[in-house]
Ligand binder design. Structure first.
Ligand SMILES: [Ca+2]
Length: 111
């Protein structure tokens, strides 16, 4: 599961379609796209939770996390603070972004 914290500053939120990509040791990737307009998600200062389609991997196998969005709807630029990788029985892994994610410009953080 991803626990995503949007920064608490003006215009931080987004309603775009966001894609999260986890790169795993061995070269596999796990990808999930969500609609940030749904149900008030990904607004300023909010915490949102995203379930991954394949949760069979260990968090320790994650090598990089990439976020991108399609620039959809109004004011799509997204001020992303942190993403915490969480899985039962494993320690959390916190990935710090603290940057603006703009349309079609994926932000990749190695962890
Ligand atoms: Ca939103």
């Amino acid at each position: 599961m991803l626990q995503i914290h949007t920064a608490d500053v003006a215009h931080a939120g987004t309603d775009a379609r966001i894609t999260f990509t986890l790169e795993l040791a061995g070269g596999q990737a796990v990808r999930k796209t969500i609609d940030a307009a749904f149900n008030g998600r990904f607004e300023r200062g909010s915490l949102n939770f995203v379930l991954l389609p394949d949760a069979s991997f260990s968090l320790s196998a994650v090598r990089a996390l990439t976020v991108s969005h399609d620039g959809g709807r109004n004011a799509p630029d997204w001020q992303l603070a942190t993403i915490v990788l969480r899985k039962r029985g494993e320690p959390d892994r916190t990935v710090t972004f603290n940057q603006l994610v703009t349309a079609h410009s994926p932000v990749r953080v190695q962890i």
